[in-house]
Design a protein around this ligand. Sequence first.
Ligand code: ZN
Length: 188
Amino acid sequence: MKVSRVDTTDKVVFLTIDDGIVKDPRVMEFLLDRRWPATLFLVSGEFKKDPLYFAQILTVGGNISSHTLTHPELKGLGYDEQRRQICGMKGAIETMLGSAGHLFRPPYGSWDDTTLKAAASCGINVVVTWNSELWEGNVDLARRPALQPGDVFLTHFRYDLYDNLLALEARMAAEGFTVANLEDYLPN
Ligand SMILES: [Zn+2]
């Protein structure tokens, strides 16, 4: 299955952070202090540079899942290559950390039916896109007026991430939301 928003009435949103390029210590301190169980969708090269930085999210119930090995656009690629990209990254996380999340985020949000089949072959049954974004300190709800239960936020490990987290915290406080663990709300 593919989800861009979770069907729930709980006043929760989901925070997904992609790629892994900038590893700002303030970001991880913030996530651990607030106990936000973010989902990290990482690529191989950045993950392997500092796996212990990312692994800290596991201590607050977050998870680390595949975002492919090398960030190709998957749509139109053959089954074997999609499988190598998706499952290879899941395997790399398992090798480093002992286990990996069972979610998948396709680079650029680009996927096709082959993506679902390839992901399923290594135990990934949910392809996660998004309906909201955080960038340069902005909470971007795609013109919706307010947070809604089950919103999935995309942001990235870039230099603006700390500001993005502060902006989301303020918005959630104003509207009475918290961050929940995406895996808890999706089928295994
Ligand atoms: Zn990406």
